[in-house]
Ligand binder design. Structure first.
Ligand SMILES: NC(=O)c1ccc[n+]([C@@H]2O[C@H](COP(=O)([O-])OP(=O)(O)OC[C@H]3O[C@@H](n4cnc5c(N)ncnc54)[C@H](OP(=O)(O)O)[C@@H]3O)[C@@H](O)[C@H]2O)c1
Length: 254
């Protein structure tokens, strides 16, 4: 058990974030769990709190003032954060760009870009004070690198995550703080349920008859990059199911 290690997770109420909470708890880390759904955070605290210290805070990452407050009011035992997992995020509107609501684009930008920088900015001083071995693990996506129909703003927000991760590395050089962009492919979580605004059938159809990644698969990768020796930085980790690949270029013909 690694005493004194503290991880701050955004979007711990579901999917990768919740699986990461369980993975880090299994290794003895103290947990700061955030997300908008407090009941789910409390359920996770009930599940894991007997094994490791757990602090929960309801937080919408889009709200910069709330982010500053949650970070500023961390209890003494949770202040020296070693790992930030910027996981909170979502895709909306899988239709073609010309068919979607502008509000859905704004929600993705506000969450995946603005939210991620809100949390990063608030925790940078702490992570720099932690120094060698500290990590920021950002959840990007294959959509940040590879175009596909219906990805429009979602993919663009994840391209931001990749470039922001690389750029942070330049500025943090010498601080000991590592930065990683983890870019998963298809993974079965509540992601598609959110993307389709609650269409359970569409979600099940996407994942049926194949072998998607699981939340636990990605949690294992997050734990791996954050627990490597302090002199190793994984810059970007793109992970796909073996049963997922790319199609050829599309061509419009007469
Ligand atoms: N599943 C995939 O195929 C896949 C692939 C590549 C990348 N990703 C990325 O991986 C990350 C996690 O996704 P997931 O698959 O685990 O999806 P998920 O099961 O839907 O979980 C998303 C998490 O983000 C949180 N969240 C959303 N909006 C938020 C906000 N405004 N403030 C705070 N938390 C917010 C949700 O918590 P609350 O609703 O309780 O706030 C939830 O805990 C996302 O960034 C996603 O883009 C997913």
């Amino acid at each position: 058990m690694q005493m004194g290690n503290i991880v701050f997770i955004t979007g711990a109420t579901s999917g990768f974030g919740r699986a990461a909470a369980r993975r880090f708890a299994a290794a003895g880390w103290s947990l700061i769990l955030t997300g908008r759904r407090l009941k789910r955070l409390q359920a996770l605290q009930d599940e894991l709190g007997g094994r490791v210290p757990v602090h929960v805070a309801a937080l919408d990452v889009r709200d910069a003032a709330a982010v500053r407050q949650v970070v500023g009011e961390l209890p003494e035992a949770f202040r020296q954060v070693r790992v930030l997992i910027n996981n909170a995020g979502l895709a909306l509107a899988p239709q073609a760009a010309q068919q979607v609501e502008l509000a859905d684009w704004h929600t993705m930008i506000d969450t995946n870009v603005t939210g991620l920088v809100n949390v990063t900015h608030a925790l940078l001083p702490t992570l720099i004070a932690t120094g060698a071995g500290a990590s920021i693990v950002n959840l990007g996506s294959v959509a940040g690198q590879w175009p596909y129909p219906g990805s429009h703003v979602y993919g663009a927000t994840k391209a931001f995550v990749q470039q922001f991760s690389y750029n942070l590395r330049c500025d943090l050089l010498g601080s000991g703080v590592r930065v990683t962009d983890i870019a998963p492919g298809m993974a079965e979580t509540e992601f598609t349920l959110v993307r389709t605004k609650g269409d359970q059938v569409a979600s099940e159809r996407l994942y049926s008859g194949t072998t998607p990644l699981t939340a636990e698969d990605i949690a294992e990768q997050i734990f791996y990059v954050a627990s490597l020796p302090a002199h190793i930085n994984i810059n970007r980790l793109e992970v796909m199911p073996t049963r997922q690949a790319w199609l050829p270029f599309a061509v419009d013909r007469d």
